[in-house]
Every structure is written in structure tokens, then in C-alpha cells.
Design a protein around this ligand. Structure first.
Ligand code: SF4
Length: 445
């Protein structure tokens, strides 16, 4: 009997996009957008507008964002966003006219913008890009401090269908420990405002693995979230990443392995609690109320359609190139990239990116399906690529099967519940050697 190798560590990399931005490199020559999009399907594009401002920098966050926006920076940023939108819309051309199937405002904290600035953001999406925000799903991220009635009224009136609130914890001491200081009373008030605004889908983000969090305090946050009957709840494991406020795990008495075990326990407790309270699991992180209204494509579901990202932290995807602007985490570098963006007048070319060939497209398709509870429909993969996924990924899938993490039926490849708990270890095992090596060579700044 062959011994099964030791399990990998469970929290390695959250694969929300493949290839990761740290594998992007400056493009030379810089391709013209008109050229890149000339032969692309444009009947069901996604539109993403990125607002890189927050009122605080949460200790766990490595997203592209800065604290505050002094001296009219939000206005200059929106000016640049509008210039970029005109350039991109022109590059997309008229024949056939591009059509957007989904839209999202992310960040950062889009609601860092004031109500009148959010109106302008919606105007850019509608009037410049041509997205009909009232006719398609529109998702917006917000923080409790910025989810104010006037902003939410604008967002609701302009067609927001989903509001995602980054609560993280309902325990004030845990919020402080995660360097996301906030009072529960303010969080509850913000949730009341979201419900009063009548936006159909409320998502609440919670984090487990915070220093000092226990089974009972975790349960308290879960129950506090459930009081609002949100249509969606995301449960995120805490990550401590380089150059972020937490910098390293804060309790030296807890070894990394113990912390892994704690997070796995909290994950299982959270999952079981939500399953017992009328939610179904969509992925390791995502849970949806069973009677929630349908929401259009899930975050991972869109396998083939293009994405138009506007703003200096946004990615755009054609079928052969993923591209963006420069990326950084440290506040000095982020500020400098935002300043460069706001001064930019020529948005007609892609600057930084990574080519996605057929092999990478197959990896992406597999990853984005396998990490969902529903798994990979073998026939969809075969139809798209004319190949058998079991042959393409024999070694990786073999390893999953050996660990008891793969449920391989005739028509689907699915992770078992234990496999799903290890999603953040499984994802990186499917990265190509080239992407792996580019990510390893990336110099974080
Ligand atoms: S987690 Fe959200 S609110 Fe906190 S710093 Fe990151 S983007 Fe801003």
C-alpha cells in the first residue's frame, strides 16, 4: 500500500483570478486596445470599476488601495476614469456594439466616494461605456462607515442589485485585532441602512482566524450576521501577508500549524452553522441563502466572456491577454501609481499583463470550476477545448484523488467537503510552472 504524503498547508493562495496579478509583467510593445479587442466576443462583457480609496487600511488587506484622498484626489481620479472610459469605449468600436451583462464597483471602497461622486461613477458606466445598469446585475462593495443613507439611495436608484458589506467581525475587540477598528453599533446601523435602501441582495463578509477569536465569539459573529438574513455570506480565512498591517501573525504563542488547525476548525464550524440555517455552500468562501433571488453569474462562473476593468487597480481580460496597470501593496508605491494614473491622458494601450494561451485558459477554466461546490462539468470542458480534463490534469487530479479530495463521477469532477476546505492549497497546485515562476520572481513593493 502506498503511503499518502503529508497534506499541504491549507492556507496558501486565494485563487480569485488566474493568472494572479503578480505574474503580470510590463508589455513590450504595448498593444493598442483597439487591436486587442478587434476580434473578441463583446455580447456579454463584464464591466468593473475600481475605486482605490479606503478610510482605513485593514491589517489583513493587500488589495490595491490607499487611505484617504487628499486635495480633491477623488475628483481627479474620476476625471481620469472618465478619460479611460472614453478611450476604451472607442477601442471597442461599434460593430458589433459592445453589450454588458454584469457590472461591479469594487476597491478599495467604492462608497468612499460621496453620493454625488457615485452618481458620476454610474454616469461613466452608463453614458460613456453604454452599460444599462438598471437592466443588469450591479454589485457594489462598501464598508460600514461609508454605507450611509445618501450613498445607498444613489446606488439603489441607479440599479444596484447587490451590496457587499465588509463587516469581518461583530466583536469590537476582534475588529481592532484585525486592524479594522469599528464598533458593532455602527455596523448594525450600516446594515439597517442597506436593508432600508431596498437593495435586493445583501452580502456580509466575515473573517475567521483573528487573534483572540474563539469558537463562541465566532458563533456570535455568525449569529449576528444571520439576524439580518443576508442573501449571501462570505467566510474568509484571515491571511497575514507581507507589507500589510498585520505583517506577521500577532500571537507568537500560537504556531503556524496551530493557527492552520484553528482556521480549519472555524471554517467547519462556520460552514456547518450556515448550512443548518438555510444557506447552501457555493464555494469554500461563499454561502447563499437557499431562497435568495437569482443573481446572474457567480463570481467564478464566467469562463469565457471578456472583462473590461476601469481604474488603476482593475484587470481586463480578453481571450488571449489579461492586462492591468502596475500593482503594489505598500502605501508609498500605491500612491505613486494612483498619481501616475490621474495624470494619464493616453489610455489607448495595455501596459502590464500576461498572455493567456490555450494551456493557461484550460488551467483557468479548471480552477474556476473545480473550486466551486458544483465542480467541473466534463462536457463543458470537452466542448470548449476538445480535450479530456482527466488527461490534461492527470497528475494533479491523481493527487487529489489520493488524498480523498476528489469526487469523480462520469460527468463531473467535484471536490469533496474536505477538498473544499483545502481550496487555497489545491488552487496553487494547478498553476502552470511559468505562472508559478513569474509569481515567485515578483518583487513585492
Ligand atoms: S479590506 Fe476593504 S476596506 Fe479594508 S483596506 Fe482592504 S479594500 Fe479597504
Amino acid at each position: 500500500m502506498t503511503a499518502v504524503a503529508a497534506l499541504p498547508r491549507p492556507y496558501q493562495n486565494y485563487v480569485y483570478a488566474y493568472p494572479h496579478k503578480t505574474s503580470y509583467r510590463p508589455l513590450s510593445p504595448r498593444p493598442a486596445l483597439a487591436q486587442l479587442w478587434r476580434d473578441e466576443a463583446r455580447h456579454a462583457l463584464s464591466l468593473y470599476l475600481h475605486i482605490p480609496f479606503c478610510e482605513v487600511r485593514c491589517g489583513f488587506c493587500n488589495l490595491f488601495t490607499r487611505v484617504g484622498a487628499p486635495d480633491g484626489l477623488t475628483g481627479r481620479y474620476l476625471d481620469a476614469l472618465e478619460r479611460q472610459a472614453h478611450a476604451v469605449r472607442e477601442a471597442l468600436g461599434e460593430r458589433p456594439e459592445p453589450s454588458f451583462a454584469t457590472a461591479a464597483f469594487g476597491g478599495g471602497t467604492p462608497t468612499y466616494l460621496e453620493a454625488r461622486e457615485l452618481e458620476r461613477l454610474c454616469d461613466i458606466a452608463e453614458q460613456v461605456m453604454g452599460a444599462d445598469l438598471r437592466a443588469i446585475p450591479l454589485s457594489v462593495e462598501a464598508s460600514p462607515a461609508t454605507a450611509t443613507a445618501d450613498r445607498l439611495a444613489v446606488l439603489a436608484a441607479r440599479g444596484t442589485t447587490r451590496l457587499s458589506l465588509g463587516v469581518q467581525s461583530f466583536v469590537d475587540a476582534e475588529a481592532r485585532a484585525a486592524v479594522r477598528p469599528q464598533r458593532r453599533a455602527d455596523v448594525e446601523a450600516a446594515l439597517g441602512c442597506v436593508r432600508a435602501a431596498g437593495i435586493p441582495v445583501l452580502n456580509i463578509d466575515l473573517i475567521y482566524g483573528i487573534d483572540g477569536q474563539t469558537e463562541s465569539s465566532w458563533r456570535l459573529s455568525l449569529d449576528a450576521a444571520l439576524q439580518w438574513q443576508p442573501e449571501e455570506i462570505y467566510l474568509y480565512p484571515l491571511y497575514v501577508r507581507p507589507l500589510t498591517g498585520l505583517g506577521r501573525h500577532v500571537d507568537p504563542a500560537v504556531s503556524e500549524r496551530d493557527w492552520d488547525a484553528q482556521r480549519l476548525n472555524r471554517y467547519r464550524e462556520g460552514r456547518d452553522h450556515l448550512l443548518a440555517h438555510g444557506y447552501r455552500q457555493v464555494s469554500m468562501r461563499m454561502f447563499r441563502r437557499v431562497d435568495a433571488p437569482p443573481q446572474g453569474p457567480d463570481d467564478y462562473a464566467c469562463q469565457t466572456d471578456g472583462m473590461i476593468g476601469l481604474g488603476c487597480g482593475a484587470r481586463s481580460y480578453t481571450s488571449t491577454l489579461h492586462y492591468s496597470f502596475d500593482y503594489a501593496v505598500s502605501s508609498r508605491e500605491v500612491r505613486s501609481i494612483i498619481d501616475t494614473y490621474t495624470a494619464t491622458t493616453d489610455f489607448t494601450r495595455a501596459l502590464v499583463g500576461r498572455a493567456v494561451d490555450d494551456g493557461e485558459a484550460r488551467r483557468r477554466h479548471l480552477l474556476q470550476s473545480l473550486l466551486q461546490v458544483d465542480g467541473l462539468a466534463v462536457a463543458d470542458y470537452e466542448l470548449r477545448f476538445g480535450r479530456d480534463p482527466r488527461a490534461d490534469f492527470a497528475a494533479e487530479l491523481g493527487l487529489l484523488a489520493e488524498r480523498g479530495w476528489l469526487d469523480d463521477t462520469a460527468d463531473r469532477l467535484r471536490l469533496t467537503p474536505n477538498g473544499l476546505a483545502y481550496s487555497d492549497a489545491i488552487g496553487p497546485e494547478f498553476f502552470s510552472p511559468a505562472v508559478r515562476s513569474a509569481m515567485a520572481d515578483y518583487e513585492l513593493r
